[in-house]
Design a protein around this ligand. Structure first.
Ligand code: FAD
Length: 548
């Protein structure tokens, strides 16, 4: 039985219900995914449940950088910067198509956060901590050189700049490929399964009570240990376990907006000052540029977090100030997203001052929860959790598991030796894309999204007589139905293809074809098809319409 095929849902749920697991993980964001891969590759029998779609929480709403976090250096978080700095190169090596090298330009302005000398020193320390290769080390630039890199920057008050190495990814795809790789090590994962409660024996957790949200049925998963990697929902589960005491989460909202690249035609990523003393990113990505982020305390509904008109205006004002000829307005916003940082609360500190370090909580009932941290550090967070669980196995069951080796496991479609191989493969794919009369950028999108899995997608598309756009969308859907546990149209348009954020205008032309295909595969009635269509259209409206 293929545990990645959507059609096998009932069999997978049956196995979750009837088999006994070493470890159950609650939460299919990057943290849960990383733990599933680490634990299963060390030989543990693992189950993972996600109440919505994989990566639908914070792990599809980040700035999508695999980065060391230059600003944490300023807050003297040296250990954090070293750990995530070193992780960047590892994650890049594991999936070079998905985690791409991206030079970051840091313009230095009069009265800005960073002075010339302190930037030069800071970036040198940053490179040193992250063990950056000689050729990628930071370069300091004069005003003229900075403007050569980015001619549309504000000239007034510009003192020069620094350019340094970072990486760009797609957080949702990174999460999904990690889950898929864990499944190669026999982990079982399922989305739309909510952990509703815990099962106790002598006041110790021995499993999880689950609800299949697609069929509204319940079942139980029994296991030796339970880890909650529920991100912003971690405290809700600690409360359910009656163990919410001491440190707790503080949720900070971060929004991003997307504009057509021609409206902000930057040549590389830029990390720039905004007037209130914070800093923001502008990142080019195929036919768009995305901008963000905000950092504000959040007390609303954690299941429905959206970028508001005020968030959008704040980001636009900051951007227009650094790129004065752009004159961006809310009408330029093509898409947007907002997510919650599950930070560990620190008395007297503002959202942006609070540490991004992760924290593990262990309750007397045996519930292990992990929150905080960064997308970039997911592998090390997973290692810490699985080391902890391994020790418990040794002590309580005299059972031994080996050491972490996820730094040697390539992710999903990432079977490339280097980024140069990714570019070579992209050229091959481009030839097919041109034959199909699709835009060249589609080749980049496909390879960056699916890696070598594009071979199968193209082979499927080539068999079709339909218009190329439809044929390609259906070929992608077929891949996702066979290998990525897709169950709703939004799973496809958001977490699997990223179209909702980065190519929103391409959804409507293929929407009906995708709905029809899913209707056939899942045997949906017309009411369900309408529900799916409405969900996509409402999401398009929420993301693109910040005008109020
Ligand atoms: P989540 O992704 O939220 O996953 C938790 C999952 O648990 C959710 O999918 C949820 O549905 C599920 N869940 C909850 N309760 C239950 C239940 N009862 N049953 C089943 N499932 C449940 N980090 C970086 O390294 N680089 C960046 O550029 C970056 N930018 C960021 C920008 C913003 C605006 C934000 C908000 C964060 C950013 N981060 C970044 C941080 C990073 O995104 C997060 O650290 C990471 O995504 C958290 O992942 P997670 O798996 O812990 O949480």
């Amino acid at each position: 039985m293929n545990p990645l095929a959507s059609k096998n849902r009932a069999s997978i749920l049956n196995r979750l219900d009837n088999e006994y697991f070493d470890l159950v993980i609650i939460g299919g964001g990057i943290t849960g995914a990383g733990i599933a891969l680490d634990a299963s590759s060390r030989g543990m029998k693992v189950a993972l449940v996600e109440m919505r779609d994989f990566a639908s929480g914070t792990s599809s709403k980040s700035t999508k950088l695999v980065h060391g976090g230059l600003r944490y250096l300023k807050q003297l978080e040296v250990a954090l910067v070293r750990e995530v700095g070193l992780e960047r190169a590892i994650v890049h090596r594991l999936a070079p198509h998905l985690v791409a090298a991206e030079k970051m330009l840091l313009p230095l302005i009069e009265g800005g956060t960073y002075g010339k000398l302190s930037t030069s020193f800071g970036l040198m320390v940053y490179d040193f901590l992250a063990d950056v290769h000689e050729e990628d080390k930071r370069k300091m630039l004069s005003k003229e050189e900075t403007l050569e890199h980015e001619p549309i920057l504000r000239k007034e008050g510009l003192k020069g700049g620094g350019i340094y190495a970072e990486y760009r990814t797609d957080d949702a795809r990174l999460t999904i490929e990690t889950i898929k790789t864990a499944m190669k090590y026999e982990a079982l994962s399922m989305n739309y399964v909510k952990a509703e409660d815990f099962i106790y024996e002598n006041d110790t957790i021995i499993g999880v009570k689950c609800r299949d949200l697609l069929n509204d049925t319940t079942f139980e998963i029994n296991a030796s240990y339970v880890v909650s990697a529920a991100g912003p929902w971690v405290d809700k589960l600690r409360k359910k376990d009656k163990s919410l005491e001491g440190k707790h989460l503080f949720l900070s909202k971060g929004s991003h907006i997307v504009v057509p690249h021609e409206r902000l035609p930057i040549q590389q990523a830029v990390y720039f000052d905004i007037p209130d003393g914070r800093m923001m990113f502008a990142i080019p990505r195929n036919r768009v540029t995305y901008l963000g982020t905000t950092d504000t305390p959040y007390e609303g509904d954690i299941n429905d977090v959206i970028a508001s008109k005020e968030d959008g205006q704040y980001i636009l004002d900051g951007t227009n100030q650094m790129f004065p000829d752009a004159n961006l307005t809310l009408e330029d916003v093509e898409s947007s997203w907002a997510g919650l940082r599950p930070l560990i609360h620190e008395e007297g500190k503002s959202a942006s001052e609070m540490s991004r370090k992760d924290e593990i909580f262990e309750s007397e009932t045996g519930l292990i929860s992990i929150a905080g941290g960064k997308l970039t550090g997911y592998r090390k967070m997973a290692e810490r959790i699985v080391d902890l669980v391994s020790k418990k196995f040794e002590k309580e069951y005299e059972k031994e598991f080996g050491d972490c080796f996820t730094d040697k496991i390539p992710l999903g479609g990432g079977l490339f030796g280097s980024e140069a191989e990714v570019f070579e493969y992209q050229k091959v794919v481009l030839k097919d894309i041109q034959k199909m009369d699709l835009e060249d950028s589609f080749a980049t999108y496909l390879v960056r999204n699916y890696g070598r899995q594009v071979d199968g997608i193209l082979a499927f598309a080539k068999k079709s007589n339909e218009p190329a756009e439809i044929a390609m969308a259906k070929a992608e859907l077929n891949h996702c139905l066979e290998k990525e546990l897709v169950f709703t149209a939004l799973d496809f348009f958001n977490r699997r293809t990223g179209r909702l954020y980065f190519n929103i205008i391409t959804i409507q032309p293929v929407l009906e074809a995708i709905l029809k295909e899913m209707q056939t595969v899942f045997n949906w009635d017309e009411t369900r098809v309408k529900k799916e269509r409405d969900a996509v259209l409402i999401s398009i409206n929420k993301c693109s319409n910040l005008l109020g």
